[in-house]
Design a protein around this ligand. Structure first.
Ligand SMILES: Cc1cc2nc3c(=O)[nH]c(=O)nc-3n(C[C@H](O)[C@H](O)[C@H](O)COP(=O)(O)OP(=O)(O)OC[C@H]3O[C@@H](n4cnc5c(N)ncnc54)[C@H](O)[C@@H]3O)c2cc1C
Length: 473
């Protein structure tokens, strides 16, 4: 149903408004929106200030018009897709770096700034923002906060929520709140800051953030290890983490993924399980590398290569960098289902990977397995023939069985991409109905008219699909 958004013209905005089809089409999807859920918004608004955001939200809320925040659209679960029409609130023009405070290791930013631009600005002060996702150069800080993103360095430094100190945000009815503080810690009142982080634009629109920063380490080493079998690789990773190897990045590619990455980039690496490593330290980095090598040798590592220079590191890491594109381009007849993002306790990592690979063999499906292994995060892409309904159904079944198994192992359906549209069916299975009902109560309290990013997160917004943990209870 189309909404009349003519009221936007009467608002005295610093930013701009458009109902042009090309702009509306550009915000109908993100990277992960299923084609059947692509919906054009009725208008796109580019706010230029917090007061613009407040004016748009207040006016839309009064009229019952949905508003869906949109940033760079790199999300993988359809969270930014305006499935109920209304307004797409494009935050990318609020992209300023407000103030860098090196003495406090802090930066204040507007939400639309691209992650790597923050790193560039604070890098002049010898600082960096550690939890940037792999997509840090194509995604915004607001999008990262809204999805509680994390990245390759999360194993050492933590996720985005660990690095957000304070937020300014606008509620569905236009009220502006500040959550958190610039102090390093606080016990004051409910922790609204962490409630907004990861809420996928369903509770509030972030208009400014104070981020913590870290000093760029004096020493960095990067390398790649190759293992004869996937079990050797995953047990080596689990062993390294539990033994306390101080690693900044530890990424896994199984041999299916390695084959795809080799083909995509024309590399002549063995089609074997690979582990990519990076170490950060101010002193003693060689001891840490050797500690890791010793553990990997106990798991039969066949090659352990450390880069001598930065360009050498780029060469060693090429296969890891190409994964997202390599799996999409692997076979013209196959398309990826939405990407798996389960995360399990580290001791269960070998088991969940084994389980996924056994299912791939059982169903005769191609499923590249890779991920931020050090924090138990496992990405998998089930490739299916979109013209064959049985193939798609088998793919969906395998996808869901892997999530179910991750939950049984004490894990989560999503380590970093969020629930969005793609994982609504697992929310109750993961948290239980009582907990999800508390989440609904919070949503009702902050957005009683359900105008802020409706149709996301909650399983009742799914139509005609089995809700795991409810329909099979
Ligand atoms: C190649 C590739 C690699 C990726 N790697 C990673 C990875 O390593 N780790 C990871 O975590 N993710 C990864 N992602 C997923 C994605 O990049 C992240 O989810 C990212 O944080 C989304 O940011 P965005 O600016 O694109 O936001 P969008 O996709 O535009 O929006 C994401 C969500 O944030 C909400 N939102 C946006 N701005 C605001 C705001 N100001 N206030 C409130 N809500 C807002 C939207 O409504 C939506 O719900 C990857 C994606 C790609 C394509």
């Amino acid at each position: 149903m189309g909404y009349d958004c003519a009221f936007l013209d009467d608002l005295d905005l610093d930013g701009s408004v458009s109902t042009d089809a090309s702009y509306r089409e550009g915000r109908a999807t993100d990277w992960g929106t299923p084609p059947d859920l692509e919906t054009l918004p009725d208008a796109v608004v580019w706010p230029a200030s917090t007061s613009d955001v407040a004016a748009v939200l207040a006016a839309a809320n009064e009229r019952g018009v949905p508003v869906t925040p949109y940033a760079a659209g790199s999300g993988l679960e359809g969270s930014a897709a305006p499935t109920h029409g209304g307004i797409s609130l494009d935050m990318t023009r609020m992209d300023g770096i407000v103030e860098v405070r090196p003495d406090d290791l802090q930066v204040d930013v507007e939400p639309g700034v691209i992650g790597s631009d923050v790193d560039e600005a604070v890098g002049r002060h010898g600082l960096f923002f550690p939890p940037l996702p792999s997509s840090g150069d194509i995604s915004t800080i607001g999008g990262m906060i809204a999805t509680d993103a994390s990245g390759m360095k999360t194993v050492k430094y933590g996720e985005v929520s660990d690095w957000v100190l304070r937020l300014e945000a606008v509620l569905a009815d236009g009220r502006v709140i500040t959550a958190g503080t610039k102090a390093a810690k606080s016990s004051s009142g409910y922790n609204l800051k962490d409630l907004v982080v990861g809420s996928e634009g369903t509770l509030a629109v972030v208009t400014e953030a104070t981020l913590k920063l870290a000093g760029i380490p004096e020493q960095k080493r990067a390398g790649r290890a190759i293992f004869p079998t996937i079990d050797d690789a995953t047990s080596a990773i689990s062993d390294a983490i539990t033994s306390g190897v101080d690693v900044a990045t530890i990424e896994l590619l199984d041999e299916t993924t390695a084959t795809m990455a080799n083909a995509y980039a024309g590399l002549d690496l063995p089609d074997a399980p690979m582990v990519f490593l990076e170490f950060h330290a101010d002193h003693g980095i060689e001891e840490e590398v050797e500690f890791c090598r010793t553990i990997f040798e106990a798991h039969d590592v066949s090659q352990f290569e450390m880069a001598a220079t930065e360009s050498e590191m780029d060469r060693l890491w090429q296969a890891r960098k190409d994964v997202a594109y390599a799996s999409r381009e692997w076979d013209d007849d196959l398309e990826p289902l939405h990407p798996g993002d389960v995360t399990v306790p580290i001791s269960k990592y070998p088991e969940i990977i084994r389980y996924a690979r056994d299912l791939a063999a059982e169903y005769d499906l191609t499923i590249p397995c890779f991920g931020h292994a050090g924090d138990g995060n496992f990405h998998y892409v089930v490739l299916v023939d979109p013209d064959d309904p049985d193939h798609v159904a088998a793919g969906e079944e395998v996808y869901a069985r892997i999530v179910d198994r991750a939950l049984e192992l004490g894990g989560t359906a999503t380590g970093e991409h969020g629930i969005g549209l793609g994982k609504r069916e697992f929310l109750v299975a993961e948290h239980g109905e009582a907990t999800v009902e508390v989440m609904r109560a919070i949503k009702r309290a902050l957005d009683p008219r359900d105008t802020l990013n409706p149709g996301k997160m909650f399983p009742e917004t799914l139509e005609g699909k089995r809700i795991r943990g409810v329909d099979d209870a």
